[in-house]
Design a protein around this ligand. Sequence first.
Ligand code: GDP
Ligand code: IMO
Ligand code: MG
Length: 432
Amino acid sequence: MSTVVAVGAQWGDEGKGKIVDWLSPQAQLVVRYHGGNNAGHTVVVEGEQTILHVTPAGILNPDTVNLIGPGVVVDPVVLLGELDKLKQRGILRDPARVRLSGRAHLILPWHTALDKAREEAARGRAIGTTGRGIGPTYEDKVARRGIRVADLLQPKDLRAAIDRVAKLKNFELVEFYSWDPIDPDALYEQALEWGRQLEPYIDHTERVLERALREGKNVLFEGAQGTFLDIDHGTYPYVTSSNCVAGAVCAGAGIGPTRIDCVIGISKAYTTRVGGGPFPTEETGELGERLRQAGAEFGATTGRPRRCGWLDAVVLREAATVNGLTQLAINKLDVLSGMPEIKIATAYRVKGKLTQEFPMTLGEVEQAEPVYETYPGWEENITDCRRFEDLPDNARSYIERIESLVDVPVALISVGAARDATITRAEPFAPR
Ligand code: GDP
Ligand code: IMO
Ligand code: MG
């Protein structure tokens, strides 16, 4: 038995979907443990692209069971739509392959409306959220008034909960933001229908997980977002509303910390960020545009252009610390082919002072000037390389420099979006 956590080491979109799909044939369970459909995880199999927002990226591997844990927030419309598409494509034939926690909190229409209304009202100070209702849903969860997946199956309690919460939500929507109210009667009817359609998937996922571990199965935990979007460890307030770090697996899925074997940090070979907030190595000029075009850096959820810049070893070292990374996966190395030179930030200068560490406050991160090391690039197209030895010398040196700067071994290298465009240097799942 072995357990692996795949966690974003930057600001999201590191290629977690690609790596989870690649590893999933070795796992009997793939588990999402936090976040919601703010995530967009892309998997490319035999030239066909699938973008998953809620369903774990193990779904394209026919032998894997996919859990949506209690720490996830679930928009029933989005989940049902995603499951429908997977059914139509013949990928999902048996509901037993997707298990949805009855304890997961529901993203309801007032959450998405409030998310958008607040962003609109914040104007210059907006977070740049995905507008999917994530923040307002986690707020209600912590305020102990959230409505959960299992509540969809209890009509009387559901009705009472909707009526109770609607009063509060509509007050904020109408009085504070001058938005339209949500009709609780219509919502109740809709919610009953969601319950009917989701019932075959609803389960006590902690029990499914516990059973799998007892039977010695391999489990892969699929992080969403990334370390620097974490509510505690990220660039607050420009973050998402859940804990994204590896430790969130324990609470969000229901597994003890003693049972985690490997934590693999997923990073691009450069850096991107979508939405507002500081990004020390951001390149706003020609170079940023070149990375955006070469890497097709447009959001998988909202289609927004992603902000781009060089790799930041200060960021990766912080990610190694707060996640306890045992391995790294470096993705999109192919995107750097043809760059005459490549840079990595190894330190920051903050108010004239040199630091190797990610600063504590937002103000300091905003002022951080990266200190770069420059390396020679390579010309070759590396998409067909399947062994580390096949890579050009300068690409290998780049990977080795990342290892020494972060002090974590690079186990996987991705050289293309396709499933098999992957170089394995060490197996994240221990040999059985
Ligand atoms: P996630 O949210 O971490 O799963 O990442 P996204 O799916 O949002 O964004 C990663 C993008 O990069 C997707 O379009 C992937 O298909 C693509 N991708 C992943 N790995 C590679 C790679 O090694 N090379 C290239 N060129 N594209 C990649
Ligand atoms: P995956 O799993 C990149 C960003 C948003 C915004 C901030 C808060 O695909 O890596 P939210 O809607 O969560 O309240 O938005 O977080 N964000 C992401 N950025 N990848 C993601 O997910 C993201 N999920 C949220 O752009 O800046
Ligand atoms: Mg994404």
